[in-house]
Design a protein around this ligand. Structure first.
Ligand code: ZN
Length: 113
């Protein structure tokens, strides 16, 4: 069990990261919290929610993990989550800093633009 202070220190470290490095840290953490029970598989994922003023509701997109092999071990471009795409296997929208990334739910390769 960690203390509030331990978690505060960890949060401070994460806040200091640019978004593409934060995503890389969470790529290493969130899959450890997957659950598969009674035929129901649940993945803990990172998502981006956008509220467009002229449209009702939120647009929610899963944050895809950059394809590090494609980027020679790197994380792709240091930018915000500006690349958009679609996981055809999950039929869900994804965003990433990288044009080549993996769906955080099924692991399929996604092309983003
Ligand atoms: Zn998928």
């Amino acid at each position: 069990m960690t203390t509030d202070e331990d978690r505060d220190r960890l949060a401070e470290q994460l806040v200091a990261l640019p978004v593409y490095e934060l995503v890389d840290v969470l790529r290493r953490v969130l899959p450890h919290h997957s659950q598969d029970r009674y035929g129901i598989r649940t993945e803990l994922v990172l998502a981006e929610a956008t509220d467009y003023e002229d449209e009702p509701g939120l647009e929610v997109q899963l944050v895809a993990w950059p394809d590090r092999d494609y980027y020679d071990g790197d994380l792709g471009i240091d930018q915000g989550l500006w690349e958009n795409g679609h996981c055809t296997k999950c039929d869900t929208e994804v965003v990433s800093n990288a044009k080549r990334a993996f769906c955080p739910y099924c692991g399929s390769r996604c092309g983003l633009t």
